[in-house]
Design a binder for this molecule. Sequence first.
Ligand code: SF4
Length: 348
Amino acid sequence: MSFQQQLIKWYDIHKRDLPWRSTQDPYRIWLSEVILQQTRVNQGLPYYNRFVETYPTVRDLAAAPQEDVLKLWQGLGYYSRARNLHAAAQQVVEMGGIFPDSYKDLLKLKGVGDYTAAAIASFAFHEAVPVVDGNVYRVLSRIYGISTAINVTAGVKEFKNLAIRLMDHNQPHVYNQAIMEFGAMQCVPRNPDCTVCPFKDDCMAYKDQRIEELPVKIKKTKAKNLHHHYIVLQTPQDKTLLQERPQSGIWAGLFEFPFIESDGALLSVEFRDKLQEQEWWSGFRFRESVYNQDPIIHKLSHRKIHAYFWIVEIDQEIEEGITIQQAFQKPLHILMHRFMSSFWNSYL
Ligand code: SF4
């Protein structure tokens, strides 16, 4: 039996029943693929269902305000995915509302890279293009014993060429689903149960006991430490203040408390001095107390945020103040949402 046949046989027995597998609608397939990038299926599934329910067609998504789309995305992280999703939906509508039906044309959509274009083209239109995601890298590197790093150009090329060679041209959609599912369910990153694997007799990594070593990934530079002191403003009428982040960079367009940066933890008196350096604070009398002495650590791909929340009570109302309920309606980044949910849990 060929590699492809063995793989598809395994898939027929073990595949999970997931809603995006029973549709050929490119819009829904695209939604699922974008949601599942850097997200586990269990976490992504409720988001997929909510998106499909709220925006059943690409036209519905395109017509929605960006703030609503970001709000629905809240908690998934990597918000550029949501912004690109929204922008690409508008592109599709501008093209007459018909989804591009080839790998080449799908690549023209905002945020759609090689992987997503291949997934939509093969799952929705049965085009014979290979998908190469983290699962596929792992399966191929182990079975073929390839030590080239998967995050360098040479590795990307080598794995892509191998994936093209292995492609099942008669049923590319099933083959692609099968190899991804095999990586997700059988050839898992840690301690796969090789004794039940259909490839155990041919798998190089199993033969040479190199399973934990493969695939090889070159370590990236160390994350930069940032210390953010968030100002949780409270007015006499229980209002607070949020600001929108710039439209580029991390958490672009999302809302958070204003903050000041420092090189580390601050004493109350140092925090107060830093606030008073800012002109905005000159007219206010305020009382501050730190909510968490130890920082809440939030890791991003290249940064590590050490977050301190300072409760700052002022003695007058401010024009820009919003109620706590209104604050919860804003698209918040995950760090903000977590803090606000525990601090103001009675308002949820
Ligand atoms: S034998 Fe083990 S390492 Fe090799 S493909 Fe199967 S599960 Fe993966």
